[in-house]
Design a protein around this ligand. Sequence first.
Ligand code: GLN
Length: 269
Amino acid sequence: MPDIRQALAEATRRLGERVDAELLLLHVVGKPRSWLIAHDTDVLDDATSAALDALIERRAGGEPVAYITGRRGFWKFDLQVSPATLIPRPETELLVELALERLPKGAVTNVLDLGTGSGAIALAIAHERQRARVTAVDISGAALEVATRNAVELGVRNICFAQGSWFEPVLGEPMDLIVSNPPYIEAADPHLIQGDLRFEPANALASGTDGLDAIRELISKAPGYLRPGKWLLMEHGWNQGPDIRQLLRDAGYEDVATYRDLEGRDRVS
Ligand code: GLN
């Protein structure tokens, strides 16, 4: 029977990726990462070994680790995810940081997150700004169930969820900030059907022939839901900055700017 170190080496060889191998092993044994350090000579019993093999096969077939384990790290959280939600990406933390810069600590503010998915952005903002009242919208009831479970698990209470298409379910006071990680990939982009992306919800990824349908809708409708002088922040593709800035200026927005992610690529406007 293999010990943990051997099992990890073998899994890493098959997946070409040590991180994925570790996450799957820890999921199978039900332990946190810190456990590995003192246990690398523990022997894996046959049942555990077989269970790990099955997960490695799924990963080798392209299924994202986050869907296999049902978890993904984002911000300070270990979020629940499901195939009904996009898997939160590290670059989306830029959107959270830009949002927090626009929300003074201790101030009572209204924040709207459109297309919340697992709730990643909305929960991070609500957690960091306890006096913000965050509304998180998604068209998918299954996604909202995941987001609600995350809110309960994290003990985040200053958030409410609403189901509908973009602004459809939004009523009440005007917002101080609207954030969104909308779908922004071109509908014909081959990555949508070839790579690991094919496991993620298509309506969270693709948006019309040029990828900008959802962003155009957000830009045109957001002013009707914002307090004067307040903010709309959207994630987008690395090559969409110029088009989006033009759309924003044409719609009369002020302070139009694009921000780069840690890879140095345009990511949020
Ligand atoms: N950043 C994601 C990707 O390219 C897309 C996320 C999105 O469409 N909102 O894989």
